[in-house]
Write a protein that binds this ligand. Structure first.
Ligand SMILES: NC(=O)c1ccc[n+]([C@@H]2O[C@H](COP(=O)([O-])OP(=O)(O)OC[C@H]3O[C@@H](n4cnc5c(N)ncnc54)[C@H](OP(=O)(O)O)[C@@H]3O)[C@@H](O)[C@H]2O)c1
Length: 261
């Protein structure tokens, strides 16, 4: 697709990958609207070249209304990038169902609400594009990533299913699965994060992938190779590997809540 001139909505664009992507798309000539909860940070990212529509994507009605506000601001909508997300390490002791629910509310239901805000009109128009932010963390179960990974795995499945159901009706669905990107989300992590990339590099890769109509945009390449290979590892071997990682604190760390952050 042609990015120059396209009307694009990016959620979760007050910081990190979303902010960098909004800037990259605007630099390439797109007309961009950005959303997140913090209006001040959105205004900083937008400058005078993007529309700002603050919204909390866990609020279904507000997100549907935000979709209409974005259409009004841009004079229509060609692409929605469902990027809003959250991450915290999950600890099995004490078990915290509310942390789990919070993750699903933002990472899964936030995307579903944003789809509700854009998909019906796209279907009516017979054209449009939904770009969903999943993660390679959704590829396999990782200790410490129970709440985050479960939501991202669900999103991977949802986007894949929608690619089949919406594609024949003219709506393209693309899946983003980054490895580690240096943002405030990863700044807090205490475990090794191999192949880390900067948000500006991530934004360029994502914009290129959108332009090339790639069904899946997985990066960086070494992380893609590792995690695609991980999907093929037999369950018994994966369990042994992740148990060792957990014992050594290489990902989820000790099973008790230890990190004061
Ligand atoms: N960084 C990585 O290594 C990595 C890897 C794979 C996938 N991802 C995914 O990439 C996306 C962006 O993450 P990031 O790394 O750029 O982290 P980030 O800097 O923390 O950005 C998260 C964005 O989501 C917004 N957000 C959070 N909760 C929201 C809510 N309830 N309603 C609306 N907006 C909300 C935040 O803005 P407000 O706080 O202002 O609402 C912020 O703009 C996430 O979906 C994340 O899961 C990140």
């Amino acid at each position: 697709m042609e990015i120059a001139g396209a009307r694009i909505w990016v959620t979760g664009a007050s910081t990190g990958i979303g902010a960098a992507l909004a800037r990259e798309l605007a630099d390439r000539g797109a007309r961009v609207a950005i959303s997140a909860r913090s209006a001040d940070q959105l205004a900083e990212v937008a400058g005078d070249r993007m529309a700002v529509v603050p919204v909390d994507v866990t609020d279904r009605a507000a997100t549907v209304a935000a979709g209409q506000a974005v259409r009004d601001a841009l004079g229509g909508l060609d692409v929605a990038v469902l990027n809003a997300g959250t991450w915290s390490q999950f600890h099995v002791e004490p078990w915290d169902s509310s942390l789990f629910a919070d993750h699903l509310q933002v990472n899964l239901m936030g995307a579903v609400h944003t789809m509700e805000a854009v998909v019906p009109r796209m279907l009516a128009e017979g054209r449009g594009r939904v770009v969903g932010m999943a993660s390679v963390a959704g590829y396999r179960g990782l200790p410490g990533s129970e709440a985050y990974g479960a939501g991202k795995a669900a999103l991977l499945n949802l986007l894949e299913a929608l690619r089949g159901s919406l594609g024949p009706r003219g709506v393209v669905v693309q899946t983003l699965s980054p490895g580690f990107v240096r943002t405030r989300m990863t700044d807090r992590n205490r475990f090794p994060m191999p192949f880390m990339v900067e948000p500006e590099a991530a934004a360029r890769t994502i914009a290129d992938g959108i332009a090339r109509d790639k069904a899946e945009i997985v990066f960086p390449v070494p992380m893609m190779l590792v995690m695609k290979a991980a999907r093929l590892v037999p369950t018994r071997a994966w369990t042994a590997l992740t148990a060792t990682m957990a014992r050594r604190g290489l990902h989820g760390g000790p099973s008790r809540r230890a990190d004061p952050r």
